[in-house]
Design a protein around this ligand. Structure first.
Ligand SMILES: Nc1ncnc2c1ncn2[C@@H]1O[C@H](COP(=O)(O)OP(=O)(O)O)[C@@H](O)[C@H]1O
Ligand SMILES: [Mg+2]
Length: 429
């Protein structure tokens, strides 16, 4: 194990200084320079060194998206038959490719097999099989008895929370982190459980609730009032039950249709003071008022922040997401409001990847919260509870354009959003 990364340009120095006994060398794109002539000359030097030191049995495998086998590279393989270049077309090297590369390098036969498995159909098949078995690990959890029990606990706990409550929750985060999907699933789960719920889609840049509720979207196309429902609801909060779109029994939605564009009306009604007025009125009519409110809007609506009971801060469990969330907060809010958001937030770990790691350990939800408040951002150091996590799901977008949020079609997600709902409601007086 090297302390620092080993790039192709540094390999000769490394070999000369350490003089390790080498079996094989695997070179990936990370080790290459941006200049192809440089790479070729570095590789040439490496080959010379190996030949000169009678180490021509050392296999070299280059796993790359960049190097195409042209004449010049082929010359090198000709001089050094144990050099193999393999191209792949994924964004990153997949685990299967790595494994096959290692299998190839461990293979004690000095020459390559004629047909490497790196590219044939079997490798595809294998990756499909693996995906299956990876998912299988979750199957025991899906067994009916456990599931029933979990749902029952949830029901009991939710029942403990008085039906008389009224809670204003903003789902926020860096755009793209899963804000809208969280909003509509938590709202749907709450309505399923008998709460009166309204979704207020404040994200007029994307208006993504249209994507999740096609009944709303279809209606906006032929009904100007519904097309403007967010503006009309902000303008006349007392009429919210008619200005908002009635999705189903106890679930309403105020948002904009894609074709609504009236800068004057937006300027007049899409304001902090109108939102404050709306929220105070909605409190009397709904148990749960859920705002789709990405971080970059918090500044525009800063005067309304104190009227929001809690924030569900969506952050995926990777370092990039944590950092861009903090940067987004820093760019949007002053210190005071940053501290306020921090104190009022619970973390929702979205797109949760159970293989994501941080400093050698699995990047668990609590870790996401711990790192976010570790002092990377001044005024954001107050410990945040985790409301729950939503697993990354390749079938996630099946809920789009269907009017059927995942909580209706997928038991795992139903439970996940149910727990998040519970945590977001907790602490309400
Ligand atoms: N748990 C998840 N698993 C897989 N993809 C997800 C998940 N959550 C979000 N996504 C992806 O991210 C996209 C954006 O999600 P969305 O909830 O609309 O985010 P935002 O409102 O923050 O932009 C979705 O279309 C989906 O492709
Ligand atoms: Mg959105």
């Amino acid at each position: 194990m090297n302390e620092s990364e080993l790039v192709l340009g540094g390999i000769l120095e490394f070999l000369q200084n350490i003089n390790p006994s080498i079996d094989s060398i695997l070179i990936t794109d990370d080790a290459l320079s941006l200049r192809m002539e440089q790479n070729r000359s570095d590789l040439n030097n490496l080959i010379n060194w190996l030949l000169y030191n009678q180490k021509s049995n050392v296999k070299i495998l280059i796993l790359t998206r960049h190097i195409r086998k042209d004449k010049e590279w082929e010359n090198l393989s000709y001089r050094y038959p144990n050099l193999q270049i393999k191209n792949y077309e994924y964004i990153r090297i997949t685990p299967v490719l790595f494994q096959e590369a290692l299998e190839h390098l461990y293979d004690t036969k000095p020459q390559l097999k004629q047909h490497s498995r790196l590219h044939d159909d079997k490798s595809n098949q294998k990756s499909i099989d693996r995906k299956g078995s990876f998912l299988d690990r979750f199957k025991p959890k899906l067994k009916a008895p456990t599931e029933l029990q979990a749902t029952d606990t949830l029901t009991r706990e939710l029942d403990k929370i008085s039906r008389g409550i009224s809670r204003i929750v903003a789902i926020t985060g860096h755009s793209g982190c899963g804000i809208t999907s969280t909003t509509i699933n938590v709202a749907s789960e709450a309505s399923k459980r008998g709460l009166n719920v309204i979704i207020v889609d404040m994200d007029i840049e994307y208006r993504s609730t249209n994507m999740y509720f096609s009944s709303f979207h279809e209606r906006t196309k032929r009904d100007e009032d519904i097309n403007a429902s967010l503006i009309r609801t902000l303008a006349r909060p007392q009429d919210c039950l008619t200005t908002a779109f009635h999705l189903k029994e106890n679930l309403w939605l105020a948002g904009l249709g894609y074709s609504f564009s009236d800068p004057k009306l937006i300027e007049q009604f899409y304001t902090s003071s109108k939102l404050v007025g709306l929220l105070s009125l909605l409190r009397n009519k709904f148990n749960l008022i859920l705002l789709d409110l990405p971080l970059n809007l918090l500044d525009r609506f800063r005067e309304a922040l104190i009227h929001i009971d809690s924030f569900g801060l969506c952050i995926p469990n990777n370092l990039y997401a944590v950092l861009s969330t903090l940067r987004n907060v820093e760019e949007t809010l002053n210190k005071e409001n940053t501290a306020y958001l921090n104190a009022k937030s619970k973390v929702i770990v979205t797109k949760y990847n159970d293989r994501s790691r941080f400093q050698g350990e699995i990047f668990v939800p609590d870790k996401v919260s711990a790192i976010a408040t570790s002092g990377l951002l001044e005024s954001f150091t107050y410990g945040m509870k985790v409301a729950g996590h939503v697993s990354y799901d390749t079938d996630f977008d099946t809920q789009i354009e269907t009017d059927v949020p995942l909580v209706y079609s997928n038991k795992d997600h139903e439970r996940a959003y149910g727990n998040i709902l519970l945590r977001l409601l907790e602490g309400s007086s």
